[in-house]
Design a binder for this molecule. Sequence first.
Ligand SMILES: [Zn+2]
Length: 135
Amino acid sequence: MTQELPAPTANADSQEYWAAARNDRLLIRKCRSCGKTHFLPRHLCPACWSTDLEWIESSGHGTVHGFTIIRRASLPEFATRVPYVVALIDLKEGPRMMANILGEDALQTKIGDAVEVRFEARAEGTKIPQFVRKV
Ligand SMILES: [Zn+2]
């Protein structure tokens, strides 16, 4: 990688999520009221509106729900990265999250592929949960 990619911006709802990612841990929110998990991290459950939530650690395993290949960078920092894969990942624990598929075989991504989380270093010591294909 020739240029450092931008750091994610944490907010009050996602601060703990990004802090865990720095330590190679993927956290998701789980509702203590209805038991459902969700992503992105929010201060209330999108299923039942309860604010009684907890953080749980994801196994980092999931499957590709859908994907696209980015061939034109939307920001100059990503110009050296194209073409790259942006995918919707269905985590084993339930929620669906968006991430890149990394690795030599990323462009061979197919719907239904089994994937596993990897933590990609970004600016300012941050890391972003991304995925690689398990083939
Ligand atoms: Zn709930």
